[in-house]
Design a protein around this ligand. Structure first.
Ligand SMILES: NC(=O)c1ccc[n+]([C@@H]2O[C@H](COP(=O)([O-])OP(=O)(O)OC[C@H]3O[C@@H](n4cnc5c(N)ncnc54)[C@H](O)[C@@H]3O)[C@@H](O)[C@H]2O)c1
Length: 345
């Protein structure tokens, strides 16, 4: 099995490449250059890939040529501009990458012979956020106020149209997940990255949205959902559908509580404070109802909230103690696989 991952130089993409290799698959990647310090570089992923392509998905013909060249069996489309604050700074580039880029990938996959399954990754932020306390279901209305959310909702709708009108013959599904955490993230503007960076240099970390409640899910739980859905597509199930992959209710925790828990795990006097400055609006509460994935795919979160934080801090500490990032990541992937389908909390 040969899998093409778009966005493989990013955080989720790097973990996904190693998970796929652990399954014995061949893997190729298509993305922009990694940002400095990316897990992609630290884990030396380019050594492990069949094709390691630098292609801008805003360029339709380059994307088409690249996918045709790779000739994958499966495509998992992660590449995106994933940051809300950056989307306010440059909405046009965000829409071009997230919305039109997704259309370019869909077209490219249609034009490439032999693709047996494709998965389009959107986000929990595609739902029209009405600040309800219960989780959004796949049948709820889409929306999105900030440009990132709207661009991903638009990508989701483009994919839904693509699937519903049978423009494509390739079995296709959409995966929606929320905030993920895990070792090796370096994306600016993410809480865990700010915490780990600050604590490791002995700085107090200030919080922008201390009371905002977010779901906290380990990247392995989210990616495991993507792989369960890919397996379903390959079996001939789930095509034309969207699936949520969110953590359990106990993992919806205010930013301030997460920061304090990570400070305790980090030890050595790590501390947090509150930043009272002006910040662009972000949706307040966003929970996913993942029962569809649980009931139809047999997917379940394996790491609870505490373990997700513990595994993330453990990864960062081991790598800071000079362990090899690839080896630490693979060790966590292997340990995760032994957890089976039971919730371990
Ligand atoms: N990390 C999260 O908490 C989270 C939450 C919900 C959804 N997601 C979604 O998961 C996916 C991956 O997110 P991530 O956290 O790994 O992001 P990331 O920023 O770490 O990685 C983004 C990847 O996309 C690639 N990319 C960006 N613009 C591109 C372009 N124009 N052409 C080609 N490649 C391009 C980058 O090179 C990189 O490989 C995204 O679709 C994102 O919207 C992430």
């Amino acid at each position: 099995m040969h899998v093409l991952v778009t966005g493989h130089t990013g955080f989720k993409g790097a973990w996904l490449v190693l998970m796929l290799l652990e399954r014995g698959y061949s893997v190729s990647g298509l993305a922009l250059d990694p940002v400095p310090g990316a897990l992609y570089d630290r884990a030396r992923l380019s050594d492990l890939l069949v094709h390691d392509l630098r292609v801008d998905i805003r360029d339709a013909s380059a994307t088409r040529a690249a996918v045709a060249d790779v000739r994958p069996d499966v495509v998992i489309h992660l590449a995106a501009q994933p940051l809300v604050r950056e989307s306010y700074r440059d909405p046009r580039a965000t829409y071009e990458t997230n919305t039109m880029g997704t259309l370019n990938v869909l077209e490219a996959v249609d034009g490439a012979p032999g693709v047996r399954a494709q998965l389009i990754i959107t986000t929990d932020k595609v739902y029209r956020n009405v600040n309800q306390i219960w989780g959004y279901r796949e049948s709820d209305a889409l929306g999105g106020v900030d440009p990132y959310s709207a661009s991903k909702a638009a990508a989701d709708l483009v994919t839904q149209s693509w699937m519903a009108t049978s423009i494509t013959q390739v079995p296709t599904a959409i995966a929606r997940a929320g905030n993920v955490i895990g070792g090796g993230d370096v994306c600016a503007d993410r809480l865990m990255v700010d915490l780990v960076t600050g604590f490791s240099c002995g700085r107090s970390v200030s919080l922008r949205y201390p009371q905002a409640v977010r779901p906290w899910q380990h990247v392995l739980d989210c990616l495991n959902g993507y792989l369960d859905l890919t397996d379903a597509l390959l079996r001939g199930d789930a095509s034309g559908e969207a699936f949520n992959f969110g953590p359990d209710a106990a993992s919806f925790v205010p930013v301030v509580a997460v920061a304090q828990a990570v400070a305790t795990l980090w030890g050595g006097g790590a501390a947090v404070s509150v930043d009272a400055g002006d910040h662009p609006p972000e949706a307040n509460l966003l929970a996913l109802d993942s029962r569809k994935a649980e009931l139809t795919l047999g997917w379940r979160s394996r790491l609870g909230f505490d373990d997700s934080l513990r595994w993330t801090v453990a990864w960062e500490k081991r790598v800071r103690a000079d362990e090899d990032p690839r080896a630490v990541t693979l060790a966590q992937i292997r340990e995760f696989a032994t957890l089976g389908r039971e919730d371990t909390r």
